[in-house]
Ligand binder design. Structure first.
Ligand SMILES: Nc1ncnc2c1ncn2[C@@H]1O[C@H](COP(=O)(O)OP(=O)(O)O)[C@@H](O)[C@H]1O
Ligand SMILES: [Mg+2]
Length: 264
């Protein structure tokens, strides 16, 4: 079975509603992520960005609507879901590196778990992934010996270990200094283009992320409030978009409230 068989968009959501418990977090979501693109999903903290990602990986089953990833509806059955997840590289904010394994061993982990490749081949693949993130010499280092930026690069190398066609980044810049931020954002862009990936970057770091994005999606108030190119976004005179871009606390986006409460 080939997961990535057709040329449908990498991700397509139609009429999607996502609930957590009895609360509706997002509703009326219609969204297409073109293959090969870097899409920035922007929005204030708590607006539901991570919730949206959970629907793409099948962690969260939508209360309504359809979610398609790589041309297929996200499956419910565990076995098919695991198969789909091999096609999605995920980088989470906390990196999720195992502290008692070296960088190389961390990167080897998905290869050991999901393939039957011989040890020597895995070692070679790990070297290549380390090289891809500019850390060829760091394979034997433990996570505690790495700077924040280097640790995130190791996590990135692990996320691409199985050569997934779709990459999902949840707040990849959080906690990084400005130099590491530049390194990571450029790496995300470079890997997308060199490896022919599709990348979705969920972030509140608007100004760092827009320069490498082909598409921008802004979420607020329980849904998508903007979708278009970064240039169109910057030029938008929508007060909601401008409020978000300028980081103003007062305006049509209720920054510190749940999507259900009315904006003051
Ligand atoms: N597992 C959960 N159970 C209940 N509520 C949740 C859960 N995860 C997130 N939420 C709520 O859903 C809303 C959106 O959260 P999240 O998607 O994490 O936002 P973001 O990633 O944009 O900061 C928040 O109000 C949060 O409290
Ligand atoms: Mg989040």
């Amino acid at each position: 079975m080939s997961i990535d068989a057709n040329d449908a968009p990498a991700v397509r959501l139609a009429g999607v509603r996502l609930d957590r418990g009895t609360r509706t977090i997002l509703s009326g979501l219609d969204l297409e992520v073109p293959r090969g693109s870097v899409t920035a999903v922007l929005g204030p903290s708590g607006c539901g960005k991570s919730t949206l990602l959970a629907a793409l990986t099948g962690e969260l089953v939508p209360a309504a609507g359809t979610v398609e990833v790589l041309g297929r509806p996200v499956p419910r059955r565990q076995r098919e879901l695991l198969e789909l997840r091999k096609s999605i590289g995920v980088l989470l904010q906390g990196n999720g590196l195992l502290t008692d394994l070296t960088a190389a061993e961390n990167i080897a982990l998905p290869l050991r778990t999901h393939t039957r490749l011989p040890r020597a081949v895995i070692d070679r693949l790990v070297e290549m992934k380390l090289h891809a993130v500019g850390l060829r010499a760091a394979g034997d280092a433990y996570p505690r010996e790495l700077s924040g930026g280097m640790a995130r690069r190791v996590a990135l190398a692990r996320a691409i270990a199985l050569d997934p066609p779709l990459m999902i980044y949840d707040e990849p810049l959080t906690g990084l200094d400005p130099i590491a931020t530049g390194v990571i954002i450029n790496l995300i862009s470079e890997l997308n283009d060199r490896l022919g990936l599709t990348s979705i970057i969920v972030t509140h770091h608007v100004h760092e992320t827009l320069p490498i994005a082909d598409r921008a999606v802004v979420m607020a108030n329980g849904g998508v409030v903007y979708s278009g190119t970064p240039d169109e976004l910057r030029a938008s005179d929508d007060p909601l978009v401008q409020q978000f871009l300028q980081g103003k606390p007062d305006g049509p986006i209720a920054f510190d409230s749940s999507p259900h409460r009315e904006a003051a």
